[in-house]
Design a protein around this ligand. Sequence first.
Ligand SMILES: [Zn+2]
Ligand SMILES: [Zn+2]
Length: 187
Amino acid sequence: MRSITTFDIQYAHRFYGFKGEAQYLHGHTGVLTIEVEDTINKGVNMVFPCNEIQKTAWAVLKNFDHALILREDDPLLPAVLDVYEKQGIKNGHPQNTMKGAAFKTELAAAYPDCRLVVTKETMTVEGMIKIVYDLLKDKLNIAKITFTSGVNAASQEYQVKGTIDRCPLCGIALNEKGVCPKCGYRK
Ligand SMILES: [Zn+2]
Ligand SMILES: [Zn+2]
């Protein structure tokens, strides 16, 4: 069975080099849905608690929220960084607190101090799905990702390999020693 979680992500981007309105900087509230597949954990009668999926995913995905997402070859990138630098906000600001941990993958790099994500490919809904799967595939048994932004939507299904050992008392993933990091249950 599947546990399904949805997030809103507000971001600005543009399709650099695209022949249409989307080549201009603009913003969206994107809706991301992550479906996690596993057996039903008998102890709690759940696949996975949705608030725990949210916690795991949001730790990384909050880097995209209220962020500017630009392709690595977009000339806006050095221009924006130059403005942030002159304004003294490039390397952070006391009010910039909703930050995730910085990450760098093949497809994207997050710079939370200036709320910027730099992508290898254009950040379409398809591009976002590839980035999200890459970031979370080792943490969650992802069976499907759907991303909707304005009139654009895409989804991708994935083959789930194996099952994750979960706590029968609170449902979250046990650590490598078989201990629940939340309630201390031991397998
Ligand atoms: Zn757009
Ligand atoms: Zn537990």
